[in-house]
Ligand binder design. Structure first.
Ligand code: ZN
Length: 126
């Protein structure tokens, strides 16, 4: 049973975003290729039962790709995966900005305070 398959040659992979060891196809460069790769993996299912059922189906899909047949991608499912991927992509960057803000705001306030002290001292000297 396959957990994921290469969308280019049908070779089995452990994870959909990995580069194919057989043909060298790397889906990580292109969002559409990535979505199709996730589509052709059990990673898009939450339930263990659904995962197992789709892994059996993937073996047949792998044979179709190897024979050069066109794959029936469901547009609605591809769209669902696209929305899910964008939600996932958005979370880490928001966290990074929050972490940067937490780091820089106190530093900026400290610099502002030092600047005020420096201004005060300078005006006292004259
Ligand atoms: Zn491949």
């Amino acid at each position: 049973m396959a957990k994921a398959i290469c969308i280019s040659c049908g070779n089995h992979k452990e994870e959909p975003w990995r580069k194919c060891e057989q043909c060298g196809y790397d889906p990580s460069e292109d969002e559409d290729a990535m979505l199709r790769s996730v589509y052709l993996s059990s990673a898009r299912f939450e339930e263990a039962g659904d995962k197992r059922r789709y892994e059996l189906e993937l073996d047949q899909v792998a044979c179709m790709i190897a024979r050069g047949e066109m794959l029936p991608f469901d547009d609605a499912e591809l769209n669902r995966l696209r929305i899910e991927k964008r939600a996932v992509d958005a979370v880490p960057s928001r966290r990074v900005w929050c972490a940067l803000a937490r780091l820089f705001i106190p530093a900026m306030m400290l610099l502002g305070l030092l600047w005020l002290i420096w201004l005060t001292l300078r005006s006292l000297r004259h």
